[in-house]
Design a protein around this ligand. Sequence first.
Ligand code: HSE
Length: 312
Amino acid sequence: MATEKIKAFAPATLSNICVGFDVMGLAIEEPGDEVLASRHASPGAHILSTNHEKIPFDPKLNTASVAVQAMLEKYGDPALGIGLDIIKKMPVGTGMGSSAASAAAALVAANALLGDPFRKIELLEFAVIGEKAADGATHADNVAPSLLGGLMIIRSLSPVDVVQLPIPGELYIGLLFPHITILTKEARGILRPEVPMKQFIQQTANMGAFVSALYREDWELMGRSLVDLVIEPQRAKLIPFLDEVKKAAYQAGALTCSISGAGPAIFSFAKGKSNITRVAQAVEEVMNGLNIPYDFHISRINQKGSVVMEGK
Ligand code: HSE
């Protein structure tokens, strides 16, 4: 049996971006997850190891193995087995696309191990199946940017239709990760199934204007548009310090500040490194006062997405 192992990296992601619940996301430079793929004597996808106690070993429950299993089924060799070693380099239940990153890295590593039978975009349908194992819902706003990189709209999953948007060169992202856990499943469970017409109208206008702001590099329009009228007000109660963090970020010059994905991570956008550094300082001051442990990442947008790291 071959002992070759291929390692891939998949970046953390920030989804929703205020105006695109379940349909917009972007990849950041780091943190991210790493997955090693190797041939396995038994057919199917197997979890060989993880470095995180919350990651399920059961291959039917783990996003990485579920995604790779879906890929193997499409590949069509019933005897083929793949083992996965998952090296989590970011926490779970953060709103930074942790489960998505494991699925994306596993797919890129396993695909490379098989000689790249699938194009990256073709891996997306398997990644979405993997992500569903984590929260029971079908959305690609974390897996698509983690896999493909960039800032994108997922217009449709069936058929797959993702639209990469332009990235202004001076766009910086600040990502606060408070060390508390919110499970996406719960954060989705509290959402009302209907959106009032007035909110729908304004959110649609904001999304169109945000996309336009990216094309025009119109920072003021970006700031005016990146307001979440629908989801954030419902989830705010899960993050008691959200208002305080937002206030500090806006005062320090953030263009926007809102929940990243299902939270508890909170992201800010700013124009230029000095502005995002000021935002970071202001947010860190709030967090230090609250006595809640946290990490803060400053990042540009990762345009590569998941990549093979070594072994090939
Ligand atoms: N769009 C999803 C949500 C992302 O907000 O529930 C989960 O990280």
